[in-house]
Design a protein around this ligand. Structure first.
Ligand code: NDP
Length: 310
């Protein structure tokens, strides 16, 4: 069975940054990329707020830069999904793709978060037939068509603006009477002629013959002027936030009620010695690429200190 000194799980900004620091500290890190190499950022269009890129950068480019930087110092980046963990002994056991068992002295969990769905039965029925949680991945299929984006945060605005460049019309379905997104994103939405924001609307169900052709919405649910509204759409994009990818570690670590791994204050240490958590899987507050990268750096430094103390 292969033994690894410092195992990193996840390939977003947190994982890659941990790999850069751990390899420079001679920890011979091995990083498993997970289902989506590059992490969540790969589902966005452009990164404008990561320092060092004054003109913005395409997510693919940024994540490729990070990966190559880690490899330059000797980090081994492998494709594979960690499917099981056992942290019951000082030597940690981890299974990759259900089959390969590994042991590790230190583990850095940087598994990020995944898109949330509304939980409607019709969302499941139309999976891959008009329902998507990634405009960058799937927007192309809806050129010159009409789509809806659910959510009122920065992601929803970004997705709507991106889709507006491809589609004839974009509805934003927002449950409150305002957008939660930052001022700059709100202004961009307002300035985009083919985006129509449907405030105080919730989705009841998707409709269509074999693929999404429409959505039934409810306006001002529970109020005197409540009414049902139908919109004709070809695509339905979810942008209502993310769920931390922590289920795998539930048996061993403290996980809060929303799914975030609990770490010690000002640290990436979890309740298991030698297991660290970095990035969106442990960050309910900031959830930014730059904060994820910073916590990946912290995790590698803490892993190095832990290994040196052994
Ligand atoms: P947010 O949590 O900020 O927003 C989620 C949105 O979805 C809110 O409008 C919320 O409504 C709505 N929502 C949640 N659940 C439901 C539901 N069941 N039905 C209908 N609507 C729902 O998530 P984001 O992914 O937008 O952003 C996450 C973080 O990433 C934020 O800190 C954001 O600023 C940042 N970010 C920054 C970007 C940038 O700077 N360019 C780009 C993208 C993200 P309500 O407001 O009513 O709760």
């Amino acid at each position: 069975m292969e033994h690894i000194k410092c195992l990193i799980i996840g390939s977003g900004p947190a994982g890659y940054t941990a790999a850069i620091y751990a390899s420079r500290a001679n920890l011979s890190p091995v990083l498993y990329e997970g289902l989506q190499a590059g992490g969540q950022l790969m589902t966005t269009t452009e990164v404008e707020n990561f320092p060092g890129y004054p003109d913005g950068v395409e997510p693919f480019q940024m994540m490729d830069d990070m990966r190559r930087q880690a490899e330059r110092f000797g980090a081994e980046i492998r494709s594979g999904v960690v499917t099981k963990a056992d942290f019951s002994s000082p030597v940690k056991h981890v299974w990759v793709d259900d089959t390969t068992e590994l042991t590790a002295d230190a583990v850095i969990i940087a598994t990020g978060a995944s898109a949330k769905y509304l939980g409607l039965q019709s969302e499941k029925n139309y999976a891959g037939k008009g329902v998507s949680a990634c405009a960058t991945c799937d927007g192309f299929f809806y050129r010159k068509k009409t789509v809806a984006v659910v959510g009122g945060g920065d992601t929803a605005c970004e997705e709507a603006i991106y889709l507006a460049g491809l589609c004839q019309k974009v509805y934003m379905i927002v449950r409150k009477n305002y957008l939660r997104a930052s001022e700059i994103m709100q202004k961009r939405v307002e300035a985009t002629a083919n985006i129509e924001v449907l405030y105080e609307h919730n989705t009841l169900r998707l409709t269509g013959e074999g693929k999404v052709q429409g959505a039934d919405l409810v306006f001002r649910k529970g109020q005197a002027d409540e009414k049902e509204v139908h919109i004709a759409i070809d695509g339905f994009f979810l942008a209502i936030g993310h769920k931390p990818n922590s289920d795998l570690f539930r048996e061993w670590l403290d996980i809060d009620e929303t799914g975030y791994i609990v770490t010690e204050p000002d640290s990436t240490r979890t309740k298991v010695e030698g297991v660290f958590a970095a990035g969106d899987v442990a960050d309910p507050h900031f959830r930014q690429a730059i904060t994820a990268a910073a916590s990946g750096c912290k995790a590698a430094i803490e892993a190095e200190r832990y290994l040196a103390s052994k």
